[in-house]
Design a protein around this ligand. Structure first.
Ligand code: MN
Length: 301
């Protein structure tokens, strides 16, 4: 099944080019009081939601997908985990391009040495929200990636056990400012983690390590590869991540980008495609000027 979140927190069941509004299925979710759980409640209860969706979908209202605004299919991931250099040819381009490595030796290590990193959860948006270029004076790149959505609690799982922990997959954009700072800083600006266009449940993608992926900017193809070229595959990434932090339902793992990263600027139209998931269009725009009220408050301080 394919689930999207659209408009103002509607749950959608994606069928071809239409979306059925199955928001009523969220009634099966438990209610919570403070302190809120550190997992995503929708993903943690996905089986119960799926069961309810099956019963209400036949009578649900449908509309064309291209008429709705797509949000991140996971609303509240506890962690956004990301693989820094998980394709050999991307590592090659980072090593040879001074703009990509910023003379930081830490940027040219293999994933076995570099490990994983975290992106701020406040950076997460859906394709319909768009990317707001935060630092127009800094080189800012696109990175298309397959994203794993974790479905159950996983602490120190082996790669043999890892696939049972996957709820589904989505397409991710790991938008990255180039420079010397830590990855967790450069890649965590508001809107710099795009997840979409929907979640495809794991049963529909039995071979996640053999998917074509592609990214184009304004119609020109910039990145084109296949997840078979990942250095650590899906199961190995889950093993590595869960060796350090317990994974919770709704945690997401960006699996790394292939070669071909290049700069974007306000006004660009990015199209990202992953085989068996679909395509998403993401428009970039300039940041609004800081609100006058905020400037006034700063001046008073
Ligand atoms: Mn990346």
């Amino acid at each position: 099944m394919r689930f999207c979140r659209f408009n103002k927190d509607r749950l959608g069941l994606v069928e071809g080019a239409t979306v059925k509004d199955v928001t009523a299925a969220l009634d099966v979710l438990p209610s919570h009081r403070y302190p809120l759980p550190t997992h995503d409640v929708f993903i943690a209860n996905l089986e119960a939601v799926v069961s309810r969706v099956r019963s209400i979908a036949p009578g649900a209202s449908a509309q064309p997908l291209d008429r709705v605004r797509l949000r991140s299919p996971v609303a509240n991931p506890g962690k956004i985990i990301a693989a820094p250099v998980n394709y050999e040819k991307h590592l090659d381009e980072v090593r040879t391009d001074g703009q990509l490595n910023a003379n930081n030796p830490g940027h040219t290590l293999t994933i076995h040495k570099a490990g994983l990193f975290l992106k701020a959860t406040s950076s997460l948006v859906g394709p319909g929200d768009g990317v707001v270029i935060r630092k127009p004076d800094r080189r800012t790149d696109h990175e298309v990636e397959l994203v794993i959505i974790i479905g159950r609690t996983a602490d120190r799982v082996s790669s043999d056990e890892a696939m049972a922990c996957v709820a589904g997959y989505a397409i991710g954009l790991d938008i990255s400012i180039r420079g010397s700072e830590d990855r967790s800083f450069r890649k965590s600006a508001d809107t710099y983690s795009v997840l979409g266009p929907w979640l495809v449940t794991a049963d529909e993608i039995p071979q996640p390590n053999a998917l074509d992926l592609q990214l184009s900017v304004n119609g020109t193809v910039r990145q084109q590869s296949n997840t078979r070229h990942m250095i650590l595959n899906v199961a190995q990434l889950i093993e590595l991540a869960s060796s350090i932090y317990t994974l919770h339902p709704g945690d997401v793992i960006f699996t790394g980008t292939p070669e071909g990263v290049s700069p974007i600027e306000a006004g660009d139209r990015i199209t990202a495609t992953v085989e068996q998931i679909g395509s998403m269009e993401v428009v970039t725009r300039a940041a609004d000027p800081v609100a006058p009220a905020a400037i006034t408050e700063q001046a008073r301080a």
